[in-house]
Design a protein around this ligand. Structure first.
Ligand SMILES: [Zn+2]
Length: 374
């Protein structure tokens, strides 16, 4: 299989200033970190092209060659893979798509960067997938479609990190890009050998050679002879990046109430009542605590009791004993003592308590049962 690299497409120079203004209008955070005291052209190059914090909702079309439905769906599904971690949705349209995908053979893979795509004339592609067909292996859909989509989301090339550039042999790199891409010395210096300034990076702390946004660079141009392998899929660092830049703002869909346990008969309550937790978070430890912290409500829902989490607090990073204790006291105050003892017994069974903490809970339960027996 022929290896085709990716070119991050640059806008023609006459569009730079307009694109920079547009990028800052869409997302003020795109303005360069080091202020505006520099020539306007330089400013334009340093302006990030991220879409705003509200996320990315873009339409996608294939206006040039009308590929079969199966291929269009396959490409869209890989673009939307980013949406698993970030607020990113691509939808197909036949009218006036914002992302225009072509498959022009010989033009390689490319995308314009983030909001730059809005500057491209409507009769030109913003993203090229060279000769992609349904016969293209799945691994290439992962590696290429997800990478180019990363550019459309505004992510630059990860290989422009200092740590990765330092692995390159400067002269061999210049010769390599001269040979394969026809770039002159200055172009290669700008495109491959000039690191992104740390202040311009809003993504991750360290260079990630396995990022889907990292170039694959051959061992023949590195100092140690080892290739920079590049990413083959959105990796865990990329996931964190998209989740940070385009946070999902909507709450996770409500989960069905789960029966945690069934309580026994007590002096003040019949047997067989089910205790439900309606979790605000799909993490057992998280919602178990959250549902019972102050602000939660505990109320009868016919045949069972429902513990409803109303707290919007962030999930607790660890089990918080004072909060658990407060919750237990809340349950004790809200229910008849015998029933409360059973509910507490059932709930603490789900918590990793220390022996001392368990002894305190046992003492509370004893006291409740003593009251119930009166
Ligand atoms: Zn690229």
């Amino acid at each position: 299989m022929k290896f085709i690299g990716c070119t991050l497409k640059q806008l023609p120079a006459h569009l730079h200033v307009e694109a920079a203004k547009e990028a800052i209008r869409i997302n003020p955070a795109n303005a360069p970190a080091r202020g505006l005291a520099m020539p306007i052209e330089r400013l334009a190059v340093l302006t990030s092209k991220y879409w705003g914090a509200k996320g990315v909702k873009l339409t996608v079309g294939f206006p040039f060659d009308n590929p079969e439905q199966a291929l269009r769906s396959r490409i869209l599904s890989h673009m939307n893979a980013w949406g698993k971690w970030g607020n990113v949705v691509f939808t197909e349209t036949k009218t006036d798509p914002q992302v225009r995908i072509a498959r022009t053979e010989g033009q390689g893979y490319y995308s314009y960067l983030g909001s730059d795509i809005l500057q491209i004339p409507k009769n030109e592609p913003t993203l090229n997938l060279d000769s992609f067909t349904m016969q293209t292996p799945d691994s290439e859909f992962f590696r290429v479609v997800r990478h180019e989509t990363g550019h459309t989301l505004g992510a630059p090339h990860e290989h422009l990190r200092k740590e990765l550039i330092n692995r390159l042999d400067r002269e061999k790199t210049i010769a390599y890009f001269q040979k394969w891409d026809g770039w002159d010395r200055q172009t290669t210096i700008e495109q491959v050998l000039t690191p992104l300034a740390d202040a311009d990076l809003i993504e991750t702390q360290n260079a990630d050679a396995n990022s889907i946004m990292c170039y694959q660079l051959p061992g023949e141009i590195t100092l140690d002879g080892q290739p920079i392998v590049g990413g083959e899929d959105i990796d865990v660092v990329d996931q964190g990046f998209v989740a940070k830049v385009y946070p999902k703002t909507t709450a996770p869909p409500p989960t069905d109430p789960q029966v945690l346990f069934t309580i026994k008969a007590t002096a003040d309550h019949p047997a067989g009542q089910r205790i439900y937790l309606v979790p605000p978070k799909p993490i057992l430890k998280g919602y178990l605590i959250e549902c019972l912290i102050p602000g939660s409500t505990l109320h009868d829902v016919g045949e069972g009791f429902e513990v409803v989490g109303v707290s919007r607090s962030v999930s607790l990073p660890h089990i918080n004993w004072p909060a658990i204790l407060a919750s237990i006291e809340k349950v004790a105050a809200a229910l008849p003592p015998g029933l409360a003892a059973e509910v507490i017994r059932g709930l603490v069974a789900h918590l990793p308590l220390t022996p001392t903490q368990l002894a305190i809970v046992d003492a509370l339960i004893e006291a409740l049962l003593g009251r119930a027996a009166l």
